[in-house]
Design a protein. Structure first.
Length: 266
């Protein structure tokens, strides 16, 4: 469970979002623990995805990556509740700062969980260009864990590898909604406490696996738009569905929404 005495946070929808700068976030995570970077399309399911919800509540650091959430909070919720505004901290900004630290540039210090062979190839090539060598033993191709939250996410093979090689940092680059569940599974079951960084597609914006997002676009909250322009059929519906987060925030504000448990089919 996150210790709010260690970091400054602001509570949105019952989740403690980090309010410091990127360097403070990286310094905290170099001590170990679970970091998650929830995006609006996944946050909207906070009431219906119990394992995802629990991952956000148990994470050691939750950074406010969602531009939509930050804007709604700052201009519609915070003034009404007389609460401080949030400063957006994107997963891309966090990853850039993390990879600048000497601790994570040592070969074997990081273990990368990749979404497949093509993303892994592009990501590893980009890391090599940055002077970061990742041994083959420290790359894992994630299986299809299943999108349904009711499916218990387990991966004994991954646990065995991690407990054997014991990297200081595990960087998870798979999809939002799944990576948080995987991060929580690792946090609960590993025999030691590494830094578990669930940064999702952040590295894909740098490696060429997805649409390139320059620093200026990230700072102007335009990353989502570049992704939609690049792959409209894939990301258009996803970001359109994120509009439901507005209703959730207007109704519950800082409070944790009740969990809606659907009845099993007869």
């Amino acid at each position: 469970m996150q210790d709010s005495n260690q970091v400054h946070t602001e509570t949105v929808l019952g989740v403690h979002f980090f309010t410091g700068d990127v360097h403070a976030a990286v310094s905290r995570m170099l001590q170990g623990g679970l970091l998650v970077v929830p995006a609006a399309p996944a946050l909207k399911d906070l009431q219906t995805q119990p394992a995802y919800r629990q991952a956000l509540l148990e994470a050691d650091l939750v950074i406010p990556d969602s531009a939509f959430m930050v804007l709604v909070w700052n201009y519609m919720i915070a003034p009404r509740l007389r609460r401080p505004q949030l400063r957006r901290l994107s997963g891309l900004e966090y990853l850039r700062a993390l990879l600048e630290r000497s601790e994570v540039r040592v070969p074997g210090s990081t273990f990368w969980i990749m979404a497949g062979e093509r993303p892994a190839s592009l990501n590893l090539a980009w890391l090599a260009q940055q002077g970061i060598t990742v041994p083959v033993s420290h790359v894992y191709h994630a299986p299809m864990y299943g999108a349904a939250d009711a499916v218990a996410l387990t991966d004994p093979a991954l646990l065995e590898v991690l407990d054997r090689v014991r990297p200081a940092h595990i960087i998870v680059t798979i999809g939002g909604g799944t990576q948080e569940r995987l991060g929580l599974y690792l946090r609960r079951n590993l025999k030691y406490v590494p830094g578990i960084h669930c940064i999702g597609a952040a590295i894909a914006f740098l490696s060429g696996d997805q649409a390139a997002i320059p620093v200026w676009a990230d700072r102007l909250y335009l990353g989502w738009l570049l992704r939609v322009i690049d792959e409209p059929k894939r990301y258009g519906p996803r970001y359109w569905a994120a509009r439901h987060l507005l209703q959730l925030m207007l109704r519950y504000g800082a409070g944790l929404p009740p969990l809606l448990v659907s009845r099993p089919a007869a």
